[in-house]
Design a binder for this molecule. Structure first.
Ligand code: MG
Length: 163
């Protein structure tokens, strides 16, 4: 039996842009003139992160954990869902080693928010901020993201268990 067990998780999510909703990314409220559609608060970054955690641990995905047909999760904060996911992962003795996120957004300009989002995610995961990377890109005008009709996020992370 290996002394250490390492797992890689990947997560992806996309939410469409909608007016009249607050924008929350990585648990950070963003001053903006639109938010994201969704059964929850639409935090596309935390949703991708949650799926990467579940994926690395070989658990059912976010949709199975928090069905959008279930009224218990209507309008729920994604930070709460992340808290439940982290508790489940840690209950299985996994340690989060590092997290690498890429947010794809034509608007708003993400660079001022990269550090606040990294600190927010570090706090939510009780992880050193040095183990979290936030990258931001536009989609160069291509597809719905590039045309400003949606925001998307990719996440890769590693989990470690054992010695
Ligand atoms: Mg989502």
């Amino acid at each position: 039996m290996l002394a250490e067990d390492w797992r890689i998780g990947i997560g992806y999510d996309l939410h469409t842009v909608v007016g009249g909703r607050p924008l929350v990314l990585g648990g950070v409220p963003i001053v903006n003139d639109f938010g994201l559609a969704g059964h929850s608060d639409g935090d596309v970054m935390l949703h991708a992160l949650i799926d990467a955690l579940f994926g690395a641990a070989g658990l059912p995905d976010i949709g199975e954990h928090f069905p959008d047909t279930d009224d218990r999760f209507k309008g729920v904060s994604s930070t709460e869902m992340l808290g439940q996911a982290v508790a489940e992962i840690r209950g299985l003795r996994w340690t989060i080693n590092n997290v690498d996120l890429t947010i794809l957004a034509e608007k708003p300009k993400m660079s001022p928010y990269k550090s606040p989002i990294a600190r927010s995610i570090a706090e939510l995961l009780t992880l050193d901020v040095q183990r979290i990377s936030i990258k931001a890109k536009t989609n160069e005008g291509c597809d719905a993201v590039g045309q400003g009709r949606a925001l998307a996020c990719h996440v890769a992370l590693t989990l470690k268990r054992g010695a």
